[in-house]
Ligand binder design. Structure first.
Ligand SMILES: [Zn+2]
Length: 768
């Protein structure tokens, strides 16, 4: 605007023409602003004149190959009980680093310029936004030219100029398609998305599952039980702008199918090529569970093809080729986790995220390899064997808490908001990534274990706890902030770690001088004893557990535990530390004694229950498992103790448990930990603020939204039969309040029990 004014600075004109000119200026600016309420002038990018038609990719002629690829796949190792330092990362055998990238170091986008653009029809939101920018640039140019003519030619006729229909010159542009200019831009955008976005359609190609392994039963189990459930989960959780036809390149996806490139794929938004045992640790000691990466992308860098490899030796089936529901859950959870990486939960994707509000990359393009960054391990990005680019500081920020503990933090708007709502900490700037990542990752590819312990997208699979609905709201928020998806936050309601815990929980040490401060009490522990008396509920109240804290110098395999780094020393004895160190060496009640939802546990007291809806309650005797439901009417946790129902009406309420002894009482947990739906459901879906000061914290939704969880996309998800957080299978159901039929007991209990015991032992050894 200022340059326009300077160019137009009059020298000597009569006042009436000057007035006309000023009126014209005002008129044009007001029209421009009204048409484009969200686009600041500066956004008309000169450095990045990206038009959205594929042919225009030629505007980066120096780029021989604009693709980039992560050379290090997200390999997910069951790291918990594994020996520290023995982490094995298996890289794909084929080098996926494209020389063109390295030579010039500039990347405009990930799609191979030789691949055809994905057909989205006429109204992909990013394309509409680009047209609007284009139109605005032309308006300004015409205005400038017209003004120039007026001053220097005098032949300029204002009426002719105004009559010129410059505002509808773009025939295919209809401003009402996208924004009703009278309403708030964000609301208008929601309306557009509601109209056009659809639940994501994921197709799975399992040809390489069959070819790569002789284990047919596992092939079948993955193909017919695990993958469909994981795909169903994401279809219920995410929407995309649907592709008319998907073309996935078999050059870019090594396991691809030539016909997927040539003829395309119908009714799909993402194609997954699944294999087994390709990138696994052959000696079967490092325990990689699976690995995944995206291999092809649309013209907006959204992943449209991905490869997932499962390590069969880490998964156990019985002789009939079946798995107990808990084992099945773990397998599904691993598949959900891997698909999550393909969808974009990966720091290698973050530089390619788009801003939903502008339709422009969040990190200005071209990405520049020389834009270096310090990795969490202290090495520079340029020195890592990595093809990642540094995301913009408005996406990923280098941060720290108390001295010495550094990490990268996702600071995109929805992630930040959801995190503030979840933890009850309004000063929180974002969500931390794991700062002890697997080798090869610069920024971290998972949520930090200390703040997202039971999240499905944290780096460690916590076995029994890891049920699909433990995908965290941060994960969904991150995927929304990629610009490619809209999320159904009802699918994240099971995640409760740290809910309502406050800023101190995040910002202060988990243990101070060997003691557990109040803010850390329900989550962290300082107890090295493993006897009955020291069994407590885990932080999610799904199981009874002991504290993961040891004098590591006395452990048999002491060499597996290197000294606790100085910044993570919380105990006077420097040898004190947990075996699972990714939660910044904070000890957690995480060593399972028994799960409350395991049907195989024997009851000591008939008043206890062990089923899908049971939760763990601490007491002054030992923890109990009781059937639990959540009552909105009573605003309380309803606890079934034998035939009686007790009400937990406030956090940490004490309730007598006379069946176990006259002076025995059990303690109610935080309501938010067991009944997330009673306290700011879905952390207000990124569209509202949780008012934690309220006696019953409730969501204050952004204008125009009235639902209790502020979710605006319910209707689309329900219209397409993927509604509202319903669970996947009866045997995956794990939220109290949905009274389900009792779990099926396998008729071969003896055998099954033995099998499960052995399996659990193995899984806890390798996953936990
Ligand atoms: Zn992972």
């Amino acid at each position: 605007m200022s340059s326009v004014e300077r160019d137009a600075a009059p020298t000597s004109k009569d006042s009436s023409t000057l007035l006309t000119a000023l009126l014209l200026l005002c008129f044009m600016l007001s029209v421009g602003v009204a048409l484009e309420p969200m686009i600041p002038y500066s956004a008309s990018s000169s450095h990045h004149d990206r038009t959205l038609k594929s042919s225009s990719r030629g505007d980066s002629p120096n780029i021989s190959d604009t693709r980039t690829h992560r050379p290090s796949v997200s390999a997910d190792s069951p790291s918990s009980l594994r020996n520290a330092g023995s982490e094995t990362l298996i890289l794909p055998t084929s080098s996926r680093v494209f020389s063109g990238d390295r030579e010039n170091g500039l990347v405009y986008g990930r799609r191979n310029p030789n691949s055809p653009s994905i057909d989205y029809g006429e109204s992909h939101p990013f394309e509409i936004m680009e047209r609007r920018r284009h139109q605005r640039r032309r308006h300004l140019r015409e205005w400038h030219d017209g003004f120039h003519d007026y001053w220097y030619d005098k032949s300029f006729n204002v009426n002719n100029f105004l009559n010129k229909s410059w505002y509808d010159a773009d025939d295919d542009y209809d401003p009402t398609t996208m924004y009703d200019i009278d309403v708030n831009a964000a609301e208008a955008q929601d309306k557009f998305d509601l109209k056009h976005f659809r639940p994501i359609r994921i197709k799975v190609d399992t040809r390489f599952l069959d070819q790569s392994s002789s284990q047919e039963k596992k092939d079948e189990f993955f193909e017919y039980h695990v993958l469909p459930a994981a795909v169903q989960f994401w279809t219920k959780a995410l929407m995309v702008y649907p592709a008319k036809r998907l073309f996935v390149s078999d050059n870019d996806c090594g396991l691809g199918n030539p016909s997927h490139r040539a003829n395309g794929i119908n009714d799909a938004d993402l194609m997954l090529y699944v294999s087994a045992n390709r990138y696994c640790d052959s000696s079967n000691t490092g325990g990689t569970l699976a690995s995944a990466y995206s291999c092809d992308w649309d013209q907006y860098d959204r992943p449209i093809g991905g490869e997932i490899d499962f390590c069969y030796d880490e998964f156990f089936l019985d002789a009939n080729g079946n798995a107990d529901s808990n084992i099945k859950r773990i397998m599904i959870e691993v598949a959900i986790h891997e698909i999550g990486h393909v969808l974009g939960v990966d720091s290698g994707d973050m530089a390619f995220y788009y801003d939903r509000a502008t339709g422009l990359p969040r990190t200005p393009h071209p990405l520049n390899k020389s834009d270096d960054a310090e990795c969490v391990n202290g090495i520079m990005l340029s020195q890592m064997n990595s093809n990642d680019f540094r995301p913009s500081p408005s996406t990923l920020k280098y941060s720290g808490i108390y001295p010495g503990i550094k990490f990268y933090e996702v600071v995109t708007p929805t992630v930040q908001r959801i995190a503030q709502n979840h933890f009850n900490c309004s000063s929180m700037s974002g969500m931390r990534l794991e700062n002890q990542p697997s080798a090869g990752s610069c920024f971290g590819d998972h949520w930090e274990e200390r703040t997202a312990w039971d999240s499905s997208m944290s780096g460690i699979s916590s076995s029994l706890l890891h049920i699909p609905e433990h995908i965290s709201p941060f994960t969904l928020a991150l995927l929304e902030d990629s610009g490619w998806y809209r999320a159904n936050y009802k699918m994240s309601k099971g995640f409760t770690f740290g809910r309502g815990a406050g800023c101190d929980f995040l910002e202060k040490p988990c243990i101070v001088d060997g003691m557990v401060p109040d803010y850390a009490a329900p989550y962290f522990c300082n107890n090295t004893k493993k006897e009955d008396a020291d069994v407590r509920c885990d932080p999610t109240h799904h199981m009874m557990a002991t504290c993961d804290l040891y004098d590591l110098s006395k452990e048999e395999n002491v060499r597996s535990y290197p000294p606790v780094p100085q910044v993570y020393r919380y105990f006077p004895n420097p040898a004190f530390g947990p075996k699972h160190n990714k939660a910044d060496y904070c000890p957690i009640y995480s060593e399972t004694i028994m799960g409350c939802h395991s049907e195989y546990n024997s009851k000591t007291f008939p008043e206890e229950s062990f089923n899908n809806t049971s939760r763990c309650y601490n007491s002054n005797y030992r923890p109990f498992c009781f059937e639990t439901s959540c009552s909105k009417e009573d605003n309380a946790i309803i606890v079934k103790v034998g035939d009686k129902f007790e009400k937990c009406e406030y956090d940490f309420q004490k309730i007598r448990a006379p069946f176990a002894g006259e002076s025995i009482y059990f303690e109610c947990p935080r309501k938010a930990a067991i009944c997330p739906e009673l306290v700011c459901p879905s952390s207000c879906s990124g569209k509202g603020t949780c008012d934690w000061k309220n006696e019953t914290p409730t969501c204050v939704c952004d204008g125009g939204v009235t639902s209790e969880d502020c979710l605006v996309f319910d209707k689309t998800f329900s219209r397409y039969g993927t509604a509202t957080g319903d669970h996947l299978d009866a045997d995956l159901q794990n939220v109290p309040g949905n009274s389900s039929s009792p779990p099926r007991i396998n008729s071969e209990v003896g055998v099954t029990l033995l099998f499960i015991f052995v399996s659990y032992l193995a899984l806890f050894k390798s996953i936990s």
